[in-house]
Design a protein around this ligand. Structure first.
Ligand code: ZN
Length: 358
């Protein structure tokens, strides 16, 4: 691809606009504010579920179209992590995801020179599409980790609501990591996360992927797990594989072989992914607005998940508690998975829906 930055800027109009696109989507998963979901929509129903179902843990369906049973919560605090934005009630996940986060947080301190992790959204108590923000995070196998380090003290609940995101990108340059905030420890943190066999993908901003391609001098075997996508410049997103025996979980295609420092990355440095949608031809019918997702659009088992009995309390289903232990030990039951589309990860607010990369 022969597009240089200069050409990209010309195409986009102004340098300021380019900067806004690269960095201004910093909120990534968080900032997509759409209209309030209609009562009865999948977003409204799953977003309204306050507690997970009892019984064994089951991811049902696909990352971007599904739900989950038997979720457990990441404790709000551990020696090496703090959960953020507690009011969102998105600390819920498959026990395999929660166990990985705890282990990763410990390894981050031990091996990456990182003081501990700040954990953003995992999933709603019963998964499903979220009231706002993500398009994935629906089956308890996705989690967002901040690029900001854990402070040395326990933050109050209010501080966890208010702490601003810090973008790793330069504001006035197109898709460029800011050398004032990017550190080697963040690079190690990403490669540590990618090192776990159950981690299949890690979504990062294209500028961060490029930085890793250009500078990572260690073993590059797992570099291909780092997938470039919009947003994801103040946090990264860990996606794990369907856990063994999770019959109702729809796997995603494996990442292509290689380190991904190739034309799939170069694409993001062309104007194409950032171009506004083409104006409709004069006289053309206006495109239909996208239809709201209903529970009937999800795998059949998700209706039963909504109706199933809750655990007794949040504490009862917090990882490490008695319910969590039984969920870990239980064999996941089969559930229907009748859908395989929706391949995009959570992308937050995007200028258009063109790239179907991943
Ligand atoms: Zn995410």
């Amino acid at each position: 691809m022969a597009f240089g930055f200069a050409q990209a800027f010309r195409t986009l109009g102004t340098l300021a606009l380019a900067g806004a696109i690269g960095a201004g989507l910093a909120v990534g998963d968080v900032g997509a504010e759409q209209k309030t979901p209609s009562p009865g929509s999948a977003k409204a129903l799953f977003g309204g579920a306050g507690l997970p179902t009892q019984g064994p843990a089951q991811p049902i369906g696909f990352y971007a179209k599904g739900c989950m049973a038997g979720a457990v919560a990441l404790p709000t605090d551990g020696p090496t992590w703090q959960a953020m934005r507690l009011s969102r009630n998105r600390r819920w996940g498959n026990p395999a995801m929660i166990a990985l986060l705890e282990r990763f947080s410990q390894d981050a301190v031990r091996y990456a020179g990182w003081p501990g992790i700040l954990v953003g959204d995992i999933a709603q108590p019963r998964g499903g599409p979220m009231l706002n923000g993500h398009s994935s995070h629906q089956i308890g196998l996705d989690a967002d980790i901040w690029f900001s380090p854990m402070p040395a003290r326990r933050m109050t609940a209010q501080e966890r609501e208010d702490l601003p995101f810090t973008s790793m990108l330069q504001k006035d340059k197109f898709l460029t990591v800011n050398p004032k905030v990017w550190t080697e420890s963040r690079a190690r943190l990403l490669m540590l996360a990618a090192s776990y066999p159950e981690v299949e993908r890690i979504f990062v901003n294209p500028a961060i992927k490029k930085k890793m391609c250009d500078t990572w001098g260690g073993d590059r075997t797992n570099l291909g797990k780092l997938r470039p996508i919009y947003g994801h410049d103040s946090h990264f997103h860990i996606r794990i594989k369907c856990p063994p025996g999770a019959a109702g979980c729809t796997p995603q295609a494996p990442v292509p072989a290689g380190d991904g420092c190739d034309k799939s990355l170069a694409y993001w440095f062309t104007p194409a992914p950032w171009a506004p949608p083409k104006p409709p031809k004069p006289g053309a019918k206006p495109p239909k607005p996208p239809r709201e997702m209903m529970v009937t659009d999800l795998p059949n088992a998700c209706a039963a998940v909504l109706d199933a009995a809750s655990v007794a309390s949040m504490q009862a289903a917090t990882y490490g508690g008695p319910s969590a232990a039984s969920a870990l030990a239980a064999t996941p039951a089969a559930a229907s998975a009748d859908d395989t589309d929706g391949a995009l990860p959570d992308v937050g607010p995007v200028p258009n829906d063109k790239p179907a990369i991943q």
